[in-house]
Design a protein around this ligand. Structure first.
Ligand SMILES: Cc1cc2nc3c(=O)[nH]c(=O)nc-3n(C[C@H](O)[C@H](O)[C@H](O)COP(=O)(O)OP(=O)(O)OC[C@H]3O[C@@H](n4cnc5c(N)ncnc54)[C@H](O)[C@@H]3O)c2cc1C
Length: 375
């Protein structure tokens, strides 16, 4: 197989967007995937672009999350223009719902977390929130409105990004995944594939939760799958505009009238089954927020595997093997972090400099921790 400037293992949204960016620079790029690309987490996702930190422990994610939010409009414009497809982007904001029994201190804590992060957040009473979303439960005590949040159809975005990468000249090889890194001494020469091997100046690992299965990658990217179950509902009686959150439960209205309801976080290996317990949890949560959803039609159920890392932070950047770059471990934020990930990998590959500090996400942090030299 001919040598490339860059090869990417994995054609999910992360790999596709990296291929798109590198091909935009005129680089000769190839994407290798074990199957038809874009059918894993990037397909299964809820598609929310939500930079709000779930807890203060995730605060280190905020600078790249905000950078990604800023990059999104231009990224989408380029992908949509080059692919000729639209991706159902909706910037309607989100409501964080606090049911009866929530204390004022909890509301203050949420507001402080968001405002401390520089995000707009407005407290609303239950009736004020129901004025915005009349289908909300009467059990609502209060809400926090986050006007800057958005969502999109991640399945459409992944297909459009793959298409835009192709149109920019990237070659995509379904059914020929990476088996192992091809390394010689301190250099990564490319990939050993299911079918042959391929040489490249740059090798990017973006195989989501499967990355650690590629021989030689686990020390840099010890990712594990975190299953999330989901369902799509349709209900003539409910017309939501905002993304709704309550704890880990969410409802995301789509441009086509469906409501995506999720999710669970389960550590069950690579199992993708939809379970009664998972569906029960999601349905109970959905009905507790929007009671009229009891009459909804269930259009689809599915489960996907998020790429989680030991500290739940992404794994981004160069390694101690010259030419090897990692872009995985995006866990619950891979859709949010797509534009910034693609941008940073492009900057590194073309100039060896990056515009946003990515040292907290270095693939070398796990080796340093193991040898007792770091956190
Ligand atoms: C239920 C659920 C809800 C989510 N909701 C959100 C959300 O609202 N907002 C958000 O920002 N994020 C969300 N996420 C997270 C987000 O979807 C992921 O972080 C993101 O899609 C990861 O993209 P990826 O390209 O790294 O991985 P994937 O999309 O999993 O793609 C990996 C690709 O690698 C391929 N592959 C596997 N093995 C190999 C190999 N050996 N060689 C080559 N290729 C290989 C696979 O076939 C696949 O195409 C959610 C995830 C789930 C599961």
């Amino acid at each position: 197989m001919k040598p490339y400037d860059a090869v990417v293992a994995g054609g999910g949204l992360i790999g596709a967007s990296i291929a798109f960016e590198l091909a935009s620079e005129g680089m000769r790029v190839a994407v290798f995937d074990v199957q038809h690309p874009g059918r894993e987490a990037s397909w299964a996702s809820a598609g929310m672009i939500s930079p709000a930190p779930e807890s203060s422990a995730m605060a280190s994610l905020l600078p790249i999350s905000m950078a990604s939010v800023r990059l999104y409009p231009e990224f989408l414009q380029r992908v949509e223009e080059i692919s000729g497809e639209t991706v159902g982007y909706r910037k309607e904001g989100a409501l964080d719902l606090l049911l009866n029994g929530t204390g004022q201190s909890e509301i203050d804590e949420i507001l402080a977390l968001h405002r401390g992060a520089g995000l707009r957040a407005e407290p609303l009473s239950g009736p004020e929130a129901r004025e915005i979303e009349p289908a909300l439960t009467g059990e609502l005590h209060a809400a926090v409105y986050r006007p800057d949040e958005a969502s999109l159809d991640n399945r459409l975005l992944t297909e459009a990004t793959l298409d835009a990468a192709r149109r920019n000249g990237a070659e995509i090889f379904p059914g020929n995944g990476a088996k192992a890194l091809w390394s010689e001494g301190k250099a990564c020469k490319g990939l050993h594939l299911q079918n042959g091997r391929v040489e490249a100046r740059w090798t990017v690992i973006a195989a989501g939760c499967f990355s650690a299965r590629i021989e030689g990658v686990a020390t840099y990217a010890p990712v594990t799958p975190a299953k999330g179950q989901m369902m799509a509902l349709r209900c003539a009686a409910v017309n939501l505009r905002k993304d709704l959150w309550s704890g880990h439960m969410y409802l995301v209205p789509r441009h086509d009238g469906r409501i995506i309801a999720g999710s669970t976080v389960e550590y069950e290996g690579f199992d993708r089954s939809v379970t009664v317990a998972g569906m029960k949890k999601i349905l109970n949560g959905a009905i507790s927020l929007v009671p009229a959803l009891e009459s909804a039609r269930v259009e689809e159920t599915w489960a996907g595997l998020r790429p989680d890392s030991p500290d739940h932070l992404p794994i981004l950047g160069p390694t101690d093997l010259d030419g090897l770059v990692i872009a995985t471990g995006h866990f619950r934020s891979g859709i949010l972090l797509t534009p910034v990930t693609a941008r940073l990998i492009r900057e590194w590959v073309t100039t060896q400099k990056v515009s946003v500090d990515w040292t907290p996400f270095s693939p070398m942090r796990f080796q340093l921790a193991r040898h007792g030299r770091g956190a």
